[in-house]
Design a protein around this ligand. Structure first.
Ligand code: GDP
Length: 289
């Protein structure tokens, strides 16, 4: 996704750089080009329209700071507005905390739970993982295998259908963990039972963070998922997986706006180390670089 989005954005900006005069028509042409590129990448229409409006308004109304040409000024506005689109930068605390993982089946939740356990372990923290996915057969084995590879204790009760009970027992069992990560069930759709259960687990665990895992290939459904999980448990960070494997990704990227939070991490492959911290500023720099 990034290659295509990046080269589209770069082309639009190059066109601007080649112009002798940056007037209203030039700004409007730039905005049109940006719209096309962002919509192709599946970024939500409303967000694209807001971004367009902001770029147009600011470019035409704000005076360039002293010593800055109109062209540089417009480029800076585009850059700032693209950074805004990515949501805020999310801090990751390197201390005791409980993280609740939310997301639909297949989003990459279990893989990401393994990756996160590795991430915090590398930071010198004692990590414990609870498998509360009682829906997908084999979920516990998959998570346990991942955790065993990095020597992180993984609590689960294969065969038990009460996820809340598993979490209750797991919290007792793993009380020495500084970072406790709870993997929950996903299901294929946003069913009421799924939402009720995650609310109960959130209440019981008093999770410090509730991170939503979204597949980068999701289009506009990403927004609906984000909105529903956010309503239920107040999502405070989004993890976008499979950034390595899609031509789109704007749907998931723009779902962050739905939660009013930002992207914490991105998943960029299937191995346990394929997890990167997300910083909106350097992400956009790299994209336009
Ligand atoms: P869950 O149902 O949400 O727990 O999803 P899983 O963790 O089982 O992941 C579903 C599939 O996506 C698996 O085949 C994973 O290997 C794959 N996957 C997860 N994250 C990534 C990623 O960042 N990149 C790639 N290429 N594959 C991923």
């Amino acid at each position: 996704m990034l290659d295509r989005l990046g080269s589209g954005l770069k082309d639009a900006l190059k066109k601007l750089a080649g112009k002798t005069v940056i007037d209203k028509a030039a700004v409007e042409e730039l905005v049109k080009d940006l719209q096309r590129v962002l919509l192709q990448a599946d970024v939500n229409v409303k967000l694209v329209m807001n971004l367009s409006k902001a770029i147009k308004q600011r470019s035409l109304e704000e005076e360039p700071p002293k010593g800055m040409s109109v062209r540089e000024h417009v480029l800076r506005i585009v850059y700032q507005e693209l950074v805004n689109l990515m949501g805020e930068e999310i801090e990751v605390t390197l201390g005791p905390q409980t993280i609740l993982m939310a997301g639909l089946q297949g989003s990459g939740k279990t893989t990401t739970t393994g990756k996160l356990s590795r991430y915090f372990q590398k930071k010198g923290l004692r990590v414990g993982v609870i498998c509360a996915d009682v829906f997908r057969p084999g979920a516990y084995d998959q998570l346990k295998t991942l955790c065993d590879k990095v020597n992180v204790p993984c609590y689960g009760e294969p065969g038990e259908i009460n996820a809340v009970k598993i979490v209750e027992n797991g919290m007792k069992q793993l009380k020495n963990a500084e970072v406790l990560i709870i993997d929950t069930q996903g299901r294929h759709a946003l069913e009421d039972e799924l939402i009720d259960e995650i609310i109960k687990i959130n209440d019981l665990s008093k999770a410090s963070h509730r991170w939503l895992v979204l597949d980068a290939a999701l289009g506009q459904q990403a927004r609906e998922q984000a909105a529903r999980f956010h309503d239920a448990i107040n999502i405070d960070g989004v993890i976008i997986t499979k950034m390595d494997g899609t031509a789109k990704g704007g749907g998931a990227l723009s779902a962050v706006a739905e939660t009013g939070s930002g992207i914490v991490f991105v998943g960029s492959g299937e191995t346990i180390d394929d997890l990167e911290r997300f910083d909106p500023d350097s992400f956009i720099s790299r994209l336009l670089g």
